[in-house]
Design a protein around this ligand. Structure first.
Ligand SMILES: [Zn+2]
Length: 348
């Protein structure tokens, strides 16, 4: 340590754990992984040793494969002690997918934020056999490629419950400012926002560990998306507020344990990058909006790379988040195009 500013991130472990295996990050803190059937092909989960049982942080999707891997973990690295508690950082299916299963099959207590629980409980019960009219209207407003929209209308929509086990009644709330004891450490609870509303992060008081979920990731920028649930939302404002606030807690010696990719050291630098990435994206976007354009026409300046079909959905909701932010901050105007898409243009 030279005491100077950190210029790059450092990765103390260059190889992730194999399925069914764990890597010990620190005494009583295990890192494990579950596969995801997507371009982002894994999610990180952690187990904290509470003496007479384990606290598990996040769970993976509810798939047969995930349940099998959890079976191997429970009879392997976690053997000998029950999972007494499952702590979920946010409501996305790759994190909360098996929370209900841990509750019903393993008698675990679910600890999460109130918003995460309400969203998860609501969405597991909201099963659609066809695309709702509001979703179609939202995609049209975003300027979704008409061929792709027709394809999506023709197929059964993705349902949250496809990947998330039923959520029984009952959970324990964590909120901003709480202190929670897990793995022999006391952790300050700080809320993230923007990637998911009321996203919990945990900052150890007793050593340098930070459990950051998807609020802070090492080598990918967390998706900031607008959905048909709240088409006028400005999650980018929420994201920037949360990252600015959390950046005051960041120290160069902390090890950040995120929901995806590798654990890393260099939180102060990473927080600056996560914030600046979006500010520079907004600047490029504003430059580009000299003539009216739909959200779907904004991929090139925002992402600076070609967006394949597998990423189109995430790219579109993220593009809407950026134009919504420019709109709500008064930097662009919008009008309806003839095809129903909102067209955004820079205010001169
Ligand atoms: Zn995730």
């Amino acid at each position: 340590m030279d005491g100077g500013p950190t210029l790059t991130l450092r990765y103390p472990w260059d190889t992730p754990p194999e399925p069914g295996k764990a890597i010990e990050i620190a005494e009583g803190v295990l890192w494990m992984r579950l596969p995801l059937p997507m371009k982002l092909d894994h999610v990180n989960v952690y187990a904290l040793d509470d003496g007479d049982g384990w606290t598990v942080i996040d769970t993976g999707f509810d798939t047969g494969k995930s349940r099998d891997i959890w079976g191997a973990l429970l009879s392997g690295p976690l053997a000998g002690k029950p999972v007494r508690r499952v702590v979920v950082t946010h409501h996305h299916p790759d994190h909360i997918g098996l929370a209900g299963w841990f509750q019903t099959e393993h008698g675990a207590e679910l600890v999460t934020t109130r918003t995460a629980w309400l969203f998860a409980r609501m969405l597991t019960l909201d099963v659609q056999t066809a695309m709702p009219e509001e979703t179609r209207a939202y995609y049209q407003g975003a300027g979704m490629d008409p061929e792709l929209l027709a394809e999506r209308i023709a197929e059964r929509p993705f349902n949250y419950s496809d990947m998330v086990a039923p959520m029984p009644l009952g959970f324990t709330r964590v909120q901003q400012g709480d202190v929670i004891r897990m793995g022999g450490r006391d952790w300050d609870v700080h809320m993230g926002n923007g990637h998911a509303p009321e996203h919990a992060t945990f900052w150890s008081r007793d050593d340098n560990l930070v459990i950051s979920g998807d609020q802070i990731l090492s080598s990918i920028s967390p998706n900031i998306g607008v959905y048909a649930t709240e088409p006028q939302a400005d999650p980018l404002a929420d994201w920037l507020e949360a990252c600015e606030r959390l950046s005051h807690l960041a120290r160069p010696e902390q090890i950040a344990l995120g929901g995806h990719k590798l654990p890393f050291v260099g939180l102060p630098l990473r927080m600056r990058q996560l914030i600046e990435n979006h500010h520079s994206g907004l600047r490029r976007l504003l430059d580009y909006l000299d003539t009216p354009k739909s959200a779907s026409a904004c991929f090139a300046p925002l992402f600076k790379r070609t967006i394949g079909k597998g990423e189109y959905g995430l790219a579109l909701v993220e593009a809407v988040a950026h134009v919504n932010h420019l709109y709500h901050t008064g930097q662009v105007t919008r009008t309806r195009g003839e095809d129903g898409a909102w067209l955004y243009q820079r205010r001169e």
